[in-house]
Write a protein that binds this ligand. Sequence first.
Ligand code: SF4
Length: 422
Amino acid sequence: MPSPSLEQKIATLMADAADDLDSASAGRLPPRLRHANEVGALRPLNIRDLRYGTGRARLLRILMTNACSYNCHYCPMRRDRPMPRTLLKPEELARIFAGALRRNWCDGLFVTTGIPGRPVKVMDDLITALELIRVRDRFGGYIHVKIVPGAEAAQVDRLTELASRVSVNLEAPCGATLSRIAPEKNLDVTLAALERARGRILIRRREERDGRPRDPLRPGGTAGMTMQFVVGATPDTDRTIVDRISGLYAGGGMHHAQFSAFRPISDTPMEGVRATPALREHRLYQADHLLRGYGFSADEVVFDDAGNLPLTTDPKAAWALAHPERFPVEVRTAAREELLRVPGFGPGTARRIVEERGDTLIRGLRDLRKLGAVTSRAAGFITIGGRRVQTLRWEEQMGFWSPEEEAGAYQMLYSVSPGTFR
Ligand code: SF4
């Protein structure tokens, strides 16, 4: 017998939750859930892998509700857009998650939500759901939850205590452009919630460093915050976005940024706006990695004349090409920081090169490949024992992507946008 598809599992999971709640209606979904399968990718449930600490966690991704009183122009869940709406109560959310855990479908939870009515009520519901999961059901694994704009300080504190990771949707790096696409949102209000959560996270981390025993409700410790941007929905440049995330990283407590390339959604005020190339989102993720893992400052990131990341070249290669005076790098003697600047060397490779070369002589590209290097990218930027190993022009070896791949592409119109809720 073929194993059930994910859709079938999800349907069963929801039916099980309904059965738990009301045995008299076994096999039937309560009214709030009846449209759950009609909302496509916005269905409240799906499962995704996440790297967490040293391992991986399969996350049950849940929208608590896809109903919303806000009217953000880019969003499929906006108030004025006709679509089936569905809602989970805190108890239902906790039971669905417990059911998924019991069946070994997931190891952790990602929960986000629309904002039907008052943000304070939504936050109360999220807190209640997390308290049920943490305190009553004694789940000590990974939970990621969104803080909604307009949350009260005490609510932010409590949610940050209960979750492994919290996130805020900044949507745009600048308040003025945000108000054009999300008239009811205020960047300062969202940033205030972010700062409140950040303060709690920093306190927790300090306590963990000072040896205070970990909270039994959250034995995995504090995994920091994330922030999310819808890229291309506003005229903000990549430089503005990179400056914003760099400023927020400087305060500590942030784990990473999430970027969603704008997709035009049918029946929204922005359905006629062109989609943002997925490659732009990809470049922003690469630039974010440079800030977080490679010791780059925002000033060092290379932008084009319009203030955007070049699409033709990845940001690390763009920096290398703009700084020929820093190359070639001699792999047998260079410091880890210099190795990190070589395209094709990641943090792990740079560390392994430094560790291994004390005992082993690095003779050629083969040795570097064994240490994790992508030598097709690195070869033009290095010497080994004073010898250049490749004479290709650097630009030639970087041509993995070309913007032409997006040129003339069919303009898709979406009914849902899977990337909206990261
Ligand atoms: S982006 Fe968030 S607040 Fe805005 S309409 Fe969508 S769900 Fe509601």
